[in-house]
Ligand binder design. Structure first.
Ligand code: FAD
Length: 386
């Protein structure tokens, strides 16, 4: 019997509480998993429980780079995890991006194929000398050179040429409008019959029962399978999980007349990044300035990082332009010893699909696809009596 602390009627218990799959979290991972499940089997009754009024994790706070790794990041990954694992990760991110672009139109994503760049300071020239190494590694995926030296274009983009002396271009990178993307995913899930309940904070997941706190008290939902996609917030449910939160900070300017840089830009080995949003400039990063302070699930602005972002904007990126900062915010990512996400059964009926790192908008669709396969196959095996 369900614990009836909420004066539930028989009708409510009979019609509102039981689902085939309950997904916890409505970020890109949760929505993508739900959509994949229903696309593969439209008889599956799926409920998503989201703690906020709309998705409010990293998926609606990010910078909207449709990317799979800059030159310096990939070189670092090749050195730390080895070329094979690095290639595997790029493949997953690229596959996720392709699947996202099949699922939603470029209009729905606000996708712009403007390419991506990485800027290097005089102390960072060693990366360009290894460009061929990375291009050779990535050839099996892209069948072309991914990174091209375009250092001659630095001045034309209006950057400080004393600070930046080399630049590479990646034509396969693009940008999305994060708000449009998440809104469209939400809409798609709803159109496919996925139920989404917001303002529902999941407090525990036990033996197919998801206990939720809502404004009117506590309520228990029952799912044959549960999929937890709470990313950086997962430790509130599973404290021992190998996962660390990492806050990211972003600011955006008001429109700048004649803004010269268009596209997505990486700098300082991926720790800082900027892009145009129409004629605005969005800049984020700086977690490396205070790793310990930013290991939090609380949103907020770190004043040291804020100062650094403002200085970089004024002195390095827009030294010739007048601009006004319009808005600032933060979002929480999830990291671990390994860069790959966690996708595993934590008990026979509960699957974790979390820890998406700093390129989760790329990998989220792929993860959702894999998670849905695991659940559907697990069901099939149970039905077959294995
Ligand atoms: C500042 C910033 C910039 C970034 N830039 C990029 C980028 O340019 N490109 C890129 O690919 N990636 C980027 N990322 C990373 C990317 O946004 C994330 O990897 C990705 O969004 C993670 O998606 P998710 O669905 O797994 O998690 P989230 O989007 O965090 O979703 C988790 C959801 O679970 C909900 N939730 C949490 N706990 C509970 C609970 N107990 N009960 C119910 N619901 C709960 C949350 O409210 C949230 O909506 C950036 C991230 C940040 C923070």
């Amino acid at each position: 019997m369900i614990i009836n602390t909420n004066n539930l009627s028989f009708w409510e218990s009979d019609s509102f509480l039981n689902y085939d799959v309950i997904i916890v979290g409505a970020g890109i991972s949760g929505l993508s998993t739900a959509i994949s499940l229903v696309e593969k089997n439209n008889n599956v009754r799926v409920l998503i429980l989201e703690k906020s009024i709309f998705p409010s994790g990293a998926s609606t706070k990010n910078a909207g780079f449709a990317c799979f790794g800059s030159l310096s990041e990939l070189l670092s990954d090749m050195d730390t995890m080895g070329p094979e694992k690095c290639l595997e990760l790029v493949q997953k991110r690229w596959s996720g991006l392709q699947k996202l672009r099949i699922r939603l139109s470029d209009d729905e994503l606000g996708y712009e194929p403007l390419g991506g760049y990485e800027l290097f300071k005089p102390s960072q020239t060693n990366y360009l000398s290894r460009l061929e190494e990375v291009n050779t590694l990535l050839k099996p995926i892209f069948n072309a050179d991914v990174f091209v030296d375009v250092s001659k274009q630095i001045e034309g983009k209006g950057f400080n040429t004393h600070v930046f002396q080399q630049m590479v271009f990646n034509p396969f990178e693009g940008q999305i409008h994060t708000g449009k993307t998440m809104h469209s995913l939400w809409q798609k899930a709803s159109q496919l019959g996925v139920k989404i309940i917001t303002g529902a904070v999941v407090k525990s997941v036990k033996q197919k029962i998801v206990q939720v706190e809502i404004s009117t008290g506590r309520i228990s939902f029952i799912g044959k399978k549960i999929i937890v996609t709470t990313n950086a917030f997962t430790k509130s449910l599973y404290p021992d999980l190998e996962l660390k939160p990492g806050r990211g900070q972003v600011l955006i300017t008001q429109p700048i007349q004649g803004l010269r840089c268009k596209g997505t830009f990486h700098m300082d080995e991926g720790y800082f990044y900027f892009r145009n949003v129409g004629n605005r400039l969005l800049l984020g990063g700086g977690r490396n300035l205070d790793f310990k302070g930013e290991e939090t699930t609380l949103n907020g602005i770190n004043t040291t990082i804020d100062k650094a972002l403002r200085e970089i904007l004024k002195n390095e990126i827009l030294p010739h332009d007048t601009f006004v900062i319009e808005q600032q915010w933060s979002g929480i990512m999830a990291f671990g010893e390994e860069k790959s996400p966690i996708l595993k059964w934590i008990d026979p009926n509960t699957l974790l699909a979390v820890r998406l790192g700093g390129m989760g908008m790329a990998i989220g669709t792929e993860l959702g696809d894999l998670a849905s396969d695991l659940v559907l196959n697990n069901w099939k095996e149970e039905d077959d009596g294995k």
